[in-house]
Write a protein that binds this ligand. Sequence first.
Ligand SMILES: Cc1cc2nc3c(=O)[nH]c(=O)nc-3n(C[C@H](O)[C@H](O)[C@H](O)COP(=O)(O)O)c2cc1C
Length: 208
Amino acid sequence: MLSFNTNEDFTQNYKFLIGSILPRPIAVVTTKNDNGTDNIAPFSFFNGFSAKPMIVGFAPIRRPNTGDKKDTLINIEREKEFVINFVTEKNADLINLCATELPYGESELTLSGLTAVESEKVKAIRLQESPIHFECKLRDIISYGDTPGAGTLITGEVIRIHIDESIYENGRVITSQWHPMGRGAGNDWFKTDSVVEKTRLTKAQIQK
Ligand SMILES: Cc1cc2nc3c(=O)[nH]c(=O)nc-3n(C[C@H](O)[C@H](O)[C@H](O)COP(=O)(O)O)c2cc1C
């Protein structure tokens, strides 16, 4: 086995993160820019952390060359709210376009051709092409520094959920029906159409 210390230069650490934590779920975060336009960006340092309160979190990292904050972080610091949309096999190409680093205030909505839907509790829009939307109010911003590659963990409380009726039955999301995609290393993405089921031992089975 090869062994490494974590490195002063963030790129090696970053490559270990994106090559080891796989596949990563993707949050497509929508926020309002200060000129009223809509910002859209995908983030794969993303997960859920609490069911009640319902908390999700994701992490923009500081820009590689300048250490500047990403637009999503700037918007959430000001507006204190955002929406999480999700990636499907159908919308993935349009979402990928939203990772383009446009000048602040220019909208990825125009660039991608995605469709805006008004939210009910927050100003940030939802994306019609996403089958699930989480409207979120900011809970925490935890900064790990301001140098290139430093992450900022943003958590939000989900205060309103929207889901396409075709993928919701008997109180469950039918995961096989909405074809979510995950992120790999580099430009790799994962499809999720190869599912295996594993049942867990019950307490009674262990005590036999
Ligand atoms: C699928 C995917 C996942 C990404 N995940 C992250 C991430 O977790 N953190 C990050 O800082 N950038 C990530 N990026 C890059 C950002 O989306 C990109 O820098 C974007 O322009 C940031 O937009 P903003 O400046 O409008 O916030 C990802 C890109 C793609 C395509």
